[in-house]
Design a binder for this molecule. Structure first.
Ligand SMILES: C[S@@+](CC[C@H](N)C(=O)[O-])C[C@H]1O[C@@H](n2cnc3c(N)ncnc32)[C@H](O)[C@@H]1O
Length: 338
């Protein structure tokens, strides 16, 4: 079993520079804003894992159910597309799997297992901005797939898609967990264009997306009774305290999640519960908050399947399969490139 390879497109210095820029830009904007990506340090990743296990948080349960039910069908579709490297076996062509924003890469495993069972898993590459998550996944999965090549990419999927591995196998790029919904409309278009440019005919894109449904169900998922999503949302302030020596008092910011029906979007914010003056000495910035003032901390767009398929087609993907859970809460799309 070869040692997993780690490709680092984003090192600590890059992360530090991006954090400084985003904190200065976001906290001097009106309204104040901080990007979702900043939530995910080690603590943020652990809180995200915990929030996905809350009873109100249906997306992870539904997506896992879809993948559990259809992993064999997904593997069959992928393996029947013949590769360019001359590695075809009677079972089909081996596939390299890359998961963008992999986190703990829990749900993709059922697809990896299905490919592995048929001897068709060529390689697996978790890609995440959080180096700790990538390392943990590689350490955990390497023994499970001794015949496959394992490697990780530490990078930003809005910048580093041209660094996707190329190893003469057809590739499956998976983007699960509804992370695609964290982009604005223009960001989604740009991401799909960049991804299409990085892929070749014969590659596949698998996208997990949360669907439009009744607002009460959606909002409950972002307001779990145990307060885990609230703590995850406030983690961005802990990150600024830890990385920039800021003196935010996270407990004096209230977690707010609202539903914008026109935009089909959950908006996450942090609302100041009292007037506060916050210093960020590492970037020489002082920021004042009035009572009730909010920081925009992220969005989660919910989709209608046909609209999402149109967006994929507009970026030159060919959506060919769509699977949903029995309640139609979440969907997994499989689109061909070329
Ligand atoms: C919503 S979680 C999804 C995790 C996992 N894929 C799942 O389905 O449970 C988003 C993941 O994307 C990563 N992430 C967020 N923004 C990123 C970016 N710009 N580039 C790379 N990874 C990013 C986070 O670190 C986190 O692991």
């Amino acid at each position: 079993m070869a040692e997993p390879e780690l490709r680092v497109c984003l090192d600590e210095d890059d992360l530090d520079a991006a954090l400084r820029f985003e904190a200065r830009y976001g906290l001097t904007s009106s309204p104040k804003r901080l990007p979702m990506r900043l939530h995910y340090d080690g603590r943020g990743a652990a809180l995200f894992g915990e929030l996905t296990r809350q009873p109100e948080y249906y997306p992870t349960r539904c997506e896992r159910r879809i993948l559990d039910s259809h992993a064999d069908a997904i593997a069959d579709v992928l393996a029947t597309e013949f590769g360019t490297g001359g590695f075809e076996s009677p079972m089909g062509a081996p596939v390299s799997v890359i998961e963008l924003g992999a986190g703990a890469a829990e749900k993709i495993r059922v697809v990896l297992d299905a490919l592995h069972r048929d001897g068709l898993l060529a390689s697996f590459w978790p890609f995440d901005v959080d180096a700790g998550s990538v390392r943990d996944v590689l350490a955990e999965l390497a023994p499970a797939y001794p015949d496959a090549r394992l490697g990780g990419i530490v990078g930003d999927f809005t910048i580093h898609l041209r660094h996707l591995p190329e190893d003469h196998h057809n590739r499956l790029v998976a983007f699960l967990g509804g992370t695609f919904g964290n982009f604005t409309g223009p960001e989604r278009e740009q991401f799909l264009r960049d991804l299409r440019e990085a892929l070749h005919p014969g590659d596949w894109f698998m996208l997990g997306a949360d669907l439009v449904k009744d607002p009460d169900t959606i909002l409950a998922a972002y307001n779990d009774a145990a307060g885990v999503t609230a703590e995850f949302n406030r983690n961005v302030l802990h990150v600024l305290n830890h990385r920039l020596g800021a003196d935010f008092e996270p407990e004096h910011f209230e977690h707010v999640a609202t539903w914008d029906g026109d935009a089909q979007t959950v908006e996450l914010r942090l609302r100041a519960l009292k007037p506060m003056a916050v210093a960020l000495p590492a970037i020489g910035l002082d920021v004042a908050f009035d009572t009730g003032e909010e920081i925009h901390t992220g969005i989660s767009v919910k989709f209608r399947p046909a609209e999402l398929e149109d967006q994929l087609r507009a970026a030159d993907f060919r959506p060919e399969h769509r699977w949903s859970d029995p309640d139609g809460a979440f969907a997994v799309f499989l689109a061909r490139v070329g």
